[in-house]
Write a protein that binds this ligand. Structure first.
Ligand code: FE2
Length: 181
């Protein structure tokens, strides 16, 4: 009988500065391709091509396996405690530096759409920072996070633990549309 499937990406390895840069570039590219294909799948569904949508979702999954393998080679996947710290750090950088700087440029250049997408992301990253912070405290004491649903606004990514609001405070989408995890 075949061994049970195990989702084990390649082990971390740090030989070669140029290789590390190449793998980091490939991680960014594969991540982006996966996201594009998921968005393309939604369009195919809306245009009544359900099997084109299925194809896009399958290839998005394939690209995400490549992204995860590249991330593993770069040593970017750790224990849950390490991963929560890394996730908190990434959100904090986006909140404190990246998005405020990007927003300033978008304002200077009067790009209203970019200001909107940046504001949605910045506000949602603040939700995530807080959730990761409290979750990390629990996991450091070997305690899993509460079994409550996590609900996410499909338009702006506003993220809450437990009940959705009547209306999203960031973008006004009705809470009944929030996606539950
Ligand atoms: Fe929203």
């Amino acid at each position: 009988m075949a061994d049970p499937f195990r989702n084990t990406p390649p082990a971390p390895e740090d030989n070669g500065v140029m290789t590390a840069q190449n793998v980091a570039a490939a991680l960014a590219g594969e991540s982006q391709a996966s996201q594009k294909y998921l968005a393309f799948a939604d369009v195919a569904d809306a245009e009544s091509y359900p099997n084109v949508a299925r194809l896009f979702r399958a290839v998005a999954y394939a690209e995400s396996t490549h992204a995860r393998n590249h991330l593993s080679v770069l040593g970017g996947i750790g224990t849950t405690t390490e991963n929560l710290k890394a996730a908190w750090g990434g959100e904090t950088f986006e909140i404190d530096e990246m998005y405020p700087a990007y927003d300033a440029v978008a304002k200077l250049q009067e790009n209203m759409s970019a200001q909107t997408s940046i504001r949605y992301a910045l506000k949602a990253e603040m939700d995530h920072q807080g959730i990761y912070d409290s979750t990390l405290k629990g996991v450091e004491g070997k305690k899993d996070v509460d079994a409550k649903p996590v609900r996410v606004c499909p338009i702006c990514g506003h993220t809450v633990i437990g009940d959705a609001p009547d209306e999203c405070p960031q973008c006004g989408t009705a809470g009944s549309y929030f996606k539950e995890f």
